[in-house]
Write a protein that binds this ligand. Structure first.
Ligand SMILES: Cc1cc2nc3c(=O)[nH]c(=O)nc-3n(C[C@H](O)[C@H](O)[C@H](O)COP(=O)(O)OP(=O)(O)OC[C@H]3O[C@@H](n4cnc5c(N)ncnc54)[C@H](O)[C@@H]3O)c2cc1C
Length: 389
């Protein structure tokens, strides 16, 4: 039997950070990953450049049943701490927009950094390893095809359900169920939304068209790009609002966020210009042509009444959609929900009821907005657990 102080399941951002910190404290650490390689999500993230944090990551940037839970970890290991680690390793980075930090080079630099730190901290990494069972008496007993491991701490860092082809599994939730730990129902987040079949057919020709928009739902607003797809809507503004959306809810889209549509139309009310010509100054031509197709096409502006113009501008500045659904875990960047934070200590990330059992990263019911917040949560929660395991 192999004995370790700490076994960490999952070689993603959270698991690696926890392993480094625990190793630095002199704990013997084994990190188990079932993929061939560690850090697959880091590798593909941010278009290969990894949006590894955000300059300002605060509790307001996270969705959780307990919005205060993430505060302690974010305060103890803020984005500045991860930035300092990058600087120590000489990795160049830049801010793209809205405080989002990306590598100048490649996301693999971050994986290499984490591996280097793991080696320095004496962490043993075992990839291609599938855990068949976990039991607990005094210690944890973890069965793998390579043998049984006994550990005093078990850290679940196996992530959520998004992108199964990158190794996502329900390991974390099944361990939680085994130990009677409550789970907040998981659902796909940061995910494209699909139209109902009739709308999908109508808007299909707009696939690839992008525009600036504000998406609003339940008092929450995001102002970013919107993209029409073959199935419905995507782009940062839709991904952001998707994490808050529940089936049946109406999302309001303002497609002219920086303009007062009614004022614009009224100011040229007496002209013979076509309505489409005026609107094409503010919105993509393909979109405008499609938008008016169902109304028999646009007419010269002076053929519309004040009431018509009011209706048209309202349609564009408060387009109400009820999405048919999401594109599911295969397209979702994250999983919203997860291990109920009531079950965990926000100071240690340890479970309150099972001594030695910890949950960190995306498997926990803490989900960041788009923009580097999810990796920051993984670093912060992993770092915190690493101080206690
Ligand atoms: C396409 C895409 C792009 C993204 N881009 C960004 C971005 O730019 N910025 C950002 O902040 N966030 C981004 N995210 C979200 C971010 O990747 C995750 O929130 C983050 O990786 C979560 O870290 P984690 O360590 O908790 O989980 P993960 O990174 O998912 O790691 C979990 C690990 O556990 C392993 N595992 C699962 N089950 C088992 C098991 N049974 N046994 C052993 N190992 C197991 C998995 O293979 C995986 O390696 C992106 C996500 C996706 C899908």
């Amino acid at each position: 039997m192999n004995k370790k102080d700490v076994v960490i399941v999952g070689g993603g951002a959270a698991g690696l950070m926890c392993a480094i910190e625990a190793g630095k404290r002199g704990r013997s650490v084994l990190l188990i990953e079932h993929n061939e390689k560690i850090g697959e999500k880091i590798r593909i993230s941010g278009g290969g450049r990894c949006n590894f944090t955000n300059l300002v990551a605060e509790s307001r940037n996270y969705i959780s049943r307990n919005p205060h839970f993430c505060k302690s970890a974010l305060a103890r290991y803020p984005s500045s701490s991860f930035i300092a680690l990058l600087e120590k390793h000489g990795i160049a980075f830049h801010e793209k927009k809205l405080g989002q930090l990306f590598c100048d080079g490649s996301s693999t630099q971050i994986i290499e950094l984490l591996l280097k730190e793991c080696r320095a901290a004496g962490v043993v990494i075992q990839t291609n390893t599938h855990i068949s069972s976990v039991d607990k008496t005094e210690t944890f007993s973890i069965d793998t095809p390579h043998g049984n491991i006994e550990a005093s701490s078990l850290v679940v860092a196996s992530g959520g359900l998004s992108i199964p082809k990158l190794g996502a599994s329900d390991f974390g939730y099944s361990i939680a169920r085994q130990f009677g730990i409550n789970i907040v129902n998981p659902k796909p987040g940061l995910v494209p939304l699909s139209f109902r079949p009739a709308d999908k057919k109508f808007f299909a020709s707009l696939s690839g068209v992008s525009l600036d928009a504000i998406a609003s739902l339940k008092g929450i607003d995001f102002h970013e790009h919107l993209l029409f797809t073959h199935h419905g809507l995507s782009g940062p503004v839709i991904l952001q609002i998707s994490s808050f959306w529940k089936k049946g809810e109406v999302i309001t889209l303002n497609l002219l966020p920086d303009q007062n549509a009614y004022k614009i139309l009224e100011s040229v009310r007496d002209s013979k210009s076509y309505l489409s010509t005026v609107l094409e100054r503010f919105l993509p031509k393909r979109f405008i042509q499609k938008w008016f197709e169902s109304q028999g096409g646009p007419l010269p502006i002076n053929r519309y009444s004040h009431k018509d113009l009011r209706e048209i501008s309202k349609g564009l500045s408060a387009w109400q959609i009820i999405p048919f659904g999401t594109e599911g875990y295969s397209k979702a960047e994250v999983t919203v929900g997860g291990i109920d934070t009531d079950e965990l200590s926000s100071k240690t990330m340890g479970t309150k009821r099972i001594p030695g059992l910890y949950f960190i990263g995306e498997v926990v019911d803490v989900t960041g907005w788009l923009g580097g917040y999810n990796f920051q949560w993984a670093w912060s929660s992993g770092w915190v657990a690493g101080q206690y395991v």
